[in-house]
Design a protein around this ligand. Structure first.
Ligand code: NAD
Length: 485
């Protein structure tokens, strides 16, 4: 490896107030390689007191960081963007080790995640308020945009870098300080990011990272502190609900990027080869462990057989293996619990009458692998249609009318990503307006883009990351009324 030695123990402590330190009592926990269950290394296991110390540092740094010129804040992000680009191979390798995804895919995440730093480096100097004449005369109305203040970020394991940069980028641009708690399965990428941001010139205390196995206690304590002004969470809906409740006492600002149950609708007029290609991306990116992953394939009866046959052929030929091996297309799932959950959903669908076209089980041997799977004629009420699968399984349900497709697509508590394949422009407009989702992909299986507002509705949460909307989540507005003749 060149540049930073990303597995070096000096970067495995807590990162608080610009220094690496041990957790209270020297506690640590193991980071596991999901390809074989072995221990990769250990990192500090932060306590509640450690998390409060991190918040102290963020609070102490807030005033001077807010006064740092926007251009300076943007240039630190830009420098970090360049450093990440230089070290993208190292970062991708590290992420593949702790998370399991193939190195090539991890590299894609580094590129994607890093674009949030570039985007928000450009947004920092564009923060602005307005000047307006009172419509009835007699005064001027000004708005001043200010950073929200110290933030707390909780990120998941599935995109260890991008789920961090989507929050850290706009927070730095807006002038907020922060405490970040990465997922316990994948702490190393976030620690490497902290080292890179420091090298890029981020002042002490602006970004603090607390790795811990005590997420519930740490979050409860940090949220109970009235100095915390905002929480941004990416993760499961049940944990999101808990954090929203915990935010009530101090009325913290919140962004909630929660679970999804994306429909992937293929109409009879679609280009079926393009739909299969899009399906492979929407389903198999990140081994299906994505909140945007196509969860339910709704395919018109006229083209269902062709679509299922072509999808099965592609899913059945994917190479499953260790993420760092040349040629691997599908890595392991994150842990044994994930394999058990996917296995149960597939068995339930088959017991309910679905036809298994390929895959269907976990291969024997070490690691948390699951074979890419296609199921046809899945019953509408099958558990697999209402739960987030988070694995390489494509369940297909057939429909006959547009109304039926829309009704089925919206029949879920979630509302994050959705996909539709059609060549009919009027239908595209009708569908985009009828789907109760924060994002609709038309003839594409890839929606995520740093220049676009990513986020959901209903039980998928609220708030947007990326796009022009992304920085709004980190800004307050003060209105100033000035008497004038
Ligand atoms: P999770 O909710 O179990 O964990 C996410 C994070 O929350 C981790 O850092 C974990 O340590 C922490 N956490 C767990 N319990 C907590 C508690 N009681 N208090 C505070 N923090 C707690 O989710 P996961 O299994 O790690 O991630 C997968 C989920 O994330 C899926 O539901 C997926 O859809 C969702 N996700 C959403 C988006 C999005 O942008 N909408 C993106 C990626 C993943």
């Amino acid at each position: 490896m060149s540049g930073l030695d990303l597995l070096a123990p000096e970067h495995h402590g807590l990162f608080i107030d610009g220094t690496w330190r041990e957790a209270e009592g020297g506690a640590s926990f193991a980071v596991i390689d999901p390809a074989d269950g072995s221990e990769l290394t250990t990192v500090a296991d932060g306590s509640v007191a450690d998390a409060v110390a991190a918040l102290d540092a963020a609070v102490a740094a807030q005033a001077s960081w807010a006064k740092t010129p926007p251009r300076t804040r943007g240039e630190i992000l830009r420098k970090a963007f360049e450093l990440i680009n230089e070290r993208s191979d190292d970062l991708a390798h590290l992420m593949s080790l702790e998370m399991g995804k193939p190195v090539a895919e991890a590299k894609g995440e580094v590129t994607y995640g890093n674009e949030f730093f570039r985007w928000f480096s450009e947004e920092a100097p564009r923060i602005h308020g307005r000047w307006m004449e009172n419509p009835v005369g007699g005064s001027r109305l000004l708005t001043v945009r200010k950073p929200v203040g110290p933030c707390f970020f909780i990120t998941p394991w599935n995109f260890p870098l991008a789920m961090g940069t989507r929050k850290i980028g706009p927070a730095i641009a807006a002038g907020c300080t922060m405490v970040v708690k990465p997922a316990e399965q994948t702490p190393l990428t976030m620690l490497a990011l902290a080292a890179i941001l420091t090298e890029a010139g981020l002042p002490e205390g602006v970004l603090n990272v607390v790795t811990t196995t005590s997420a519930p206690k740490v979050s409860a304590a940090v949220q109970a502190d009235p100095r915390l002004r905002k929480i941004s969470f990416t993760g499961s809906t049940p944990v999101g609900r808990l954090l929203v409740k915990q935010a009530a006492d101090n009325l913290q600002r919140m962004s909630m990027e929660l679970g999804g149950n994306a429909p992937f609708i293929v109409f009879e007029d679609a280009d079926i080869d393009a739909a299969v290609e899009g399906a492979m991306i929407a389903k198999m990116r990140n081994m299906g462990e994505a909140c945007t992953a196509a969860n339910r394939f709704l395919v018109h009866a006229d083209v269902a057989e062709e679509f299922a046959t072509k999808l099965t052929s592609q899913m059945g030929s994917l190479v499953v293996g260790r993420g760092q091996d040349e040629g691997t297309q599908v890595g392991p799932l994150i842990d044994e619990k994930a394999v058990d959950s996917v296995t149960a959903l597939v068995s339930g669908a088959v017991e309910g009458g679905a036809k298994l076209l390929t895959g269907g089980s976990a291969p024997s041997g070490p690691g948390y692998f699951f074979t890419p799977t296609v199921l046809l004629d899945v019953a509408a009420d099958a558990e697999i249609n209402s739960q987030e699968i988070f694995g390489p399984v494509a369940p297909i349900t057939v429909f006959t009318t547009e109304d039926e497709a829309v009704t089925k697509a919206n029949a879920t508590e979630y509302g994050l990503a959705s996909y539709v394949y059609t060549r009919d422009l009027s239908r595209t407009i009708r569908i985009a307006e009828s789907l109760e989702y924060g994002m609709v992909g038309v003839n594409t299986g890839l929606l995520s883009n740093p220049a676009a507002p990513f986020g959901g509705m209903k039980s998928s949460g609220f708030g947007r990351e990326g796009g022009f909307e992304g920085i709004e989540e980190y800004l307050e507005t003060t209105y100033v009324g000035i008497a004038a003749d």
